[in-house]
Design a protein around this ligand. Structure first.
Ligand code: ADP
Ligand code: MG
Length: 341
């Protein structure tokens, strides 16, 4: 970065806001990080029999977050969404790199951003191991590395006819918070307070991802909306699915909304970062045990069926198990496009 006007040089900036936080983390006792920040590359040294999972997510101001967004929450979310991708593969976080473009060197902003970033890094024992820093429009790009025993990662392509479909936590609250903040809907202040964190401060389901490695046939994390994301599993697994709309897990606050809003937001709202996975029916007990152990609801919402001719179809069912009215169904299946970021 060339920022002559800045009182803080590039290396001081990296040292103060990024390397110091990385140094302050507990040392990685598994020695998976052979070399961290400071050289031309970081070095990973995976244990024998482990595979490395790699994922990148970029956040661009004005596109993925509002101008002037809270920097501490931004730091948290930037890492959390990457850890959510690792979770969806069943991977354990190893470390991450951060490429960041900054319009100015704003120390208060950097302080808050790195506070949020390292809070999540520490929570999941995932150290910062390198990156790049440059001047430019505010852009945050993180690449996270994780590990799984070889051959044990969970892919989108493994769903089989007869499998159950499961979802962790609750879906739709991030979309409800967004609607309230955009004044598209009126939400009592107290209700908004309780769900706002679902939009700004998502929880990556890292422990869940690692625990379902032994039971899940396919998995992904829900970033663009449950039904839209589930269709990625269907396509890659070449199967169809039946989903009971009234079974989608919803918070008490979402349940206060009209039925249409509940269904719309739970089925199609984005930014939930829950895990949707499929598993053979004989794994039900094991999944209930995982749910209890993690104190995290895991809800069965439908099942995998055969492809219809050559197409993967998603059928929505109402309370009675009948196919949902065709117009309503088509609207829900299409609507995730409207929320595409
Ligand atoms: P190079 O010129 O080889 O790309 P840099 O001068 O950009 O190296 O970076 C010096 C060191 O600081 C490298 O180890 C790099 O990974 C690290 N680094 C740069 N920016 C960041 C950042 N935002 N977060 C963490 N490490 C960073
Ligand atoms: Mg560089």
């Amino acid at each position: 970065m060339h920022s002559e006007s800045s009182p803080l040089g590039e290396f001081d900036l990296i040292q103060r806001f990024f390397k110091a936080g990385a140094d302050a983390m507990r040392p990685n006792d598994e020695k998976t990080i052979a070399l961290g920040i400071g050289d031309d590359c970081a070095l990973l040294n995976p244990a024998a029999g482990e595979e490395i999972a790699i994922t990148s997510d970029m956040l661009v101001e004005g596109r993925h977050f509002f101008m002037g967004a809270n920097p501490e929450l931004l730091g948290r979310k930037a890492l959390a969404v990457n850890l959510s991708d690792l979770a969806a593969m069943g991977a354990k976080p190893i470390g991450f790199t951060l490429a960041i473009a900054l319009p100015t060197v704003d120390k208060a902003w950097l302080e808050a951003f790195s506070k949020g970033l390292f809070a999540v890094a520490n929570q999941y024992s995932c150290p910062l191991i390198g990156g790049d820093t440059t001047a430019g429009p505010l852009t945050i790009s993180i690449t996270a590395f994780g590990s799984t025993p070889s051959g044990k990662s969970i892919h989108r392509s493994g769903a089989k006819k007869g499998d159950d479909i499961w979802v962790s936590g609750a879906v739709g609250d991030a979309r409800l918070a967004l609607a309230a903040l955009r004044h598209e809907m009126n939400l009592p202040e107290n209700d908004l307070k309780q769900i706002e964190h679902r939009m700004h401060n998502p929880t990556p389901r890292v422990d869940l991802g690692m625990k379902i490695r032994e039971v899940a046939s396919a998995a992904l994390d829900i970033s663009d909306g449950l039904l839209g994301d589930l269709q990625h599993i269907l396509k890659q697994s070449q199967v169809s699915a039946e989903v009971f709309l009234d079974q989608l897990p919803k918070s008490e606050i979402l349940q206060k909304q009209s039925e249409d809003v509940q269904n719309q937001f739970a089925a199609c709202g984005g930014d939930d970062y829950e895990i949707c996975f499929t598993a053979p029916i004989e794994k039900r007990d094991a999944i209930d045990k995982i749910s209890t152990a993690l104190n995290l609801p895991i809800t069965r919402i439908g099942s995998i069926t055969e492809k219809v001719g050559t197409t993967e179809k998603l059928f929505l069912l109402n309370k009675n198990g009948d196919l949902l009215d065709e117009i309503k169904s088509a609207a829900l299946l299409k609507s995730f496009d409207h929320f595409a970021k």
